[in-house]
Design a protein around this ligand. Structure first.
Ligand SMILES: Nc1ncnc2c1ncn2[C@@H]1O[C@H](COP(=O)(O)OP(=O)(O)OP(=O)(O)O)[C@@H](O)[C@H]1O
Ligand SMILES: [Mg+2]
Length: 256
């Protein structure tokens, strides 16, 4: 059965960074494979008119674990948007691949009911500059609340110990946004993309360190429901504290 993607127990993982070529589709396809191998089948929604993830899905060999694909970039007049974006009812994880060059309206729209947001960043000075704007836009334009801890960065194509990598770490640290994984610059990603597979479907001896990092991302993503619950609790404690303070202040205001 297909349903519209609004149910409560669904992790809606948005992968975005308006900077082109930073690894959004690579991350989307590899995460989809992680979930597919574990089951139930995840869905990938491709919002990029280039259709890279849909093309990857078409290259996917028959017999590998199922990934449900939705070409969200194709708008049709024949069906409502929610009908077009419906997913199988057993799906627990939907991965949204976004296009480069998102404007502010698109950013608000695509992140509106995201439960997690991953920003892949490459550690060159230009990419770091673009990533800082992207994170600022997420916080100020899309109004992502940092207390909800739904936002994280994945450093991609990284050589550790470079100056720019240190700069990226300090910038994110100052915002309290975690870098949950560091992916190597590796031809494994290129070869997997060409074959319509993920690194979890390659020979483990070839991809060991990369798998470790992908598994770190998946295990951080798995904590989405607890993080959401914790942030709802914190918000309600804050509200209660605020209403107590307002209550205590009221008589003073009246007596003056
Ligand atoms: N860690 C990596 N190591 C080596 N190559 C990589 C890595 N990550 C991505 N690539 C390669 O870099 C290129 C761009 O990656 P990808 O298409 O995932 O970026 P993107 O952010 O989706 O781009 P766009 O903004 O155009 O949609 C691809 O050829 C991909 O195979
Ligand atoms: Mg892409």
């Amino acid at each position: 059965m297909l349903i519209s993607p609004t149910k409560d127990n669904l992790n809606k993982i948005v992968i975005l960074n308006p900077k082109g070529g930073c690894g959004k589709s690579t991350l989307a396809t590899n995460l989809a494979v992680c979930y597919a191998k574990r089951g139930p089948a995840p869905a990938i929604m491709d919002f990029d008119p280039q259709g890279s993830t849909m093309a990857w899905l078409e290259r996917r060999p028959v017999g590998l674990p199922t990934i449900h694909g939705i070409a969200a970039f194709k708008k049709t007049m024949q069906a409502t948007r929610s009908w077009q974006l419906r997913i199988p009812s057993e799906t627990r994880n939907v991965i949204i691949d976004s296009p480069a060059g998102l404007n502010h309206d698109d950013l608000r729209e695509i992140t509106r009911d995201a439960t997690t947001i991953l920003v892949p960043v490459m550690p060159s000075s230009m990419d770091i500059h673009a990533a800082s704007r992207c994170v600022a836009d997420l916080l100020l334009v899309a109004r992502v609340d940092r207390n909800e801890r739904k936002l994280a960065v994945v450093a991609n194509r990284t050589r550790r110990n470079t100056k720019s990598f240190g700069k990226l770490m300090r910038f994110l640290d100052s915002l309290g946004i975690p870098i949950i994984a560091v992916l190597r610059d590796s031809q494994n990603f290129v070869h997997a993309a060409e074959q319509g597979i993920g690194l979890h479907e390659m020979q483990p001896s070839r991809v060991g360190p990369d798998l470790q990092q992908l598994d770190r991302i998946a295990s951080w993503l798995d904590g989405w429901a607890e993080r959401r619950k914790a942030s709802i609790n914190v918000t309600s404690i804050r509200r209660q504290a605020f209403s107590k303070v307002s209550f205590l202040r009221k008589p003073q205001a009246e007596s003056s």
